[in-house]
Ligand binder design. Structure first.
Ligand SMILES: [Fe+2]
Length: 317
């Protein structure tokens, strides 16, 4: 292996499966909300450019989905654009148990029945370090939307945010929310999973940056990804990075900006861990190691990009 792709096995800090010892066990990332001064413009981007289905809307708010769940994106009217103001997670516990177990762990959660359509019963927490609002729920109401095979993403994949401490954030997500550690880049970028997908949440430590880093929507395969990008071009959206293959997570990625300047990743072929007890990702021919286990990568270009163009100043600390 060349020095540019060296990384260290980090089993000492790998997370063993924790099926029952955290107050809450998140089963998947459900939705992310965006604040925007122009609801109609962002709604048009999501429906026409990305192909989302509009489930519910008003001049102040819109709910959009890629599939059976009522929504995976919420757009809220606000003075200033902001990504990731709310993150919704589906959990395995019922909300009564989750609230009690979180309280026992010293974490306050407020039960709400008025947060919006599709999720009539929600436990609301405040994320440490960022102050973002977290919604925990048992399930969503159905969207009633017919499946399509066009450019609509297959699902919301992950959302990344800046934090003042990746260590504190990792502890919260592992110890309170039942996530497992998937990979790190150096000591400043951590990737966490709540199901087989390599990551649903990732956090970059920064003293100067805050808020959302990027949000990622999944394509079924390369052909689907190409269709999505061709549709971006039809609407005059140009990639600013990619296509390429990340080493961390090994997904093929592309990045562009939405009308508010939020960073949007469209990706496919993300690593999956199907057997938590074995603790390695399903073997792929592009992996650096067999088995491919959670790792701390050196902070260099190889961790971000196995092939494809150089990132345009992506890492800002
Ligand atoms: Fe990503």
């Amino acid at each position: 292996m060349s020095s540019s792709t060296e990384h260290t096995e980090d089993t000492a800090t790998a997370s063993p499966p924790k099926p029952h010892d955290s107050p809450v066990r998140v089963s998947r990332l459900g939705y992310v909300s965006f604040e925007t001064p122009d609801v109609a413009r962002l709604m048009e981007y999501y429906t026409k450019v990305l192909g989302f289905a509009l489930v519910d809307d008003s001049p102040q708010q819109a709910f959009l989905t890629t599939g059976a769940d009522h929504h995976c994106v919420i757009i809220d009217k606000a003075e200033v654009a902001r990504g990731r103001s709310i993150v919704g997670y589906e959990i395995r516990e019922n909300l009564d148990d989750a609230q009690r177990r979180l309280k026992d762990a010293g974490i306050h959660g407020e039960r709400r029945t008025d947060t919006g359509p599709g999720t009539p019963d929600v436990l609301v927490l405040t994320e440490p370090e960022t102050g973002a609002t977290l919604h925990l729920y048992e399930d969503q109401q159905p969207s009633g939307v017919e499946p399509t095979f066009d450019h609509r993403p297959s699902k919301l994949g992950h959302v990344a945010a800046y934090t003042t401490s990746t260590g504190n954030m990792r502890s919260f997500y592992e110890d309170a929310m039942g996530f497992r550690w998937s990979d790190s880049i150096g000591d400043f970028f951590v990737f966490l999973r709540c199901n087989a997908d390599h990551h649903a949440a990732n956090f970059m430590q920064s003293d100067t940056m805050s808020g959302m880093h990027h949000i990622a929507y999944e394509a079924r395969d390369l052909t689907h990804l190409q269709t999505m990008i061709d549709n971006l071009a039809r609407h005059d959206y140009r990639l600013y990075w990619g296509p390429g293959r990340h080493a961390v997570g090994h997904n093929i990625f592309t990045y562009h900006e939405d009308p508010d300047g939020n960073h949007i990743e469209l990706f496919t072929q993300l690593d999956v861990m199907l057997d938590e007890e074995k603790g390695y990702y399903e073997p792929r021919p592009w992996h650096e190691h067999f088995p491919m286990c959670p790792t701390t990568w050196e902070a260099d270009i190889a961790a971000m990009n196995m092939w494809g163009p150089i990132p345009p100043g992506m890492i800002k600390r």
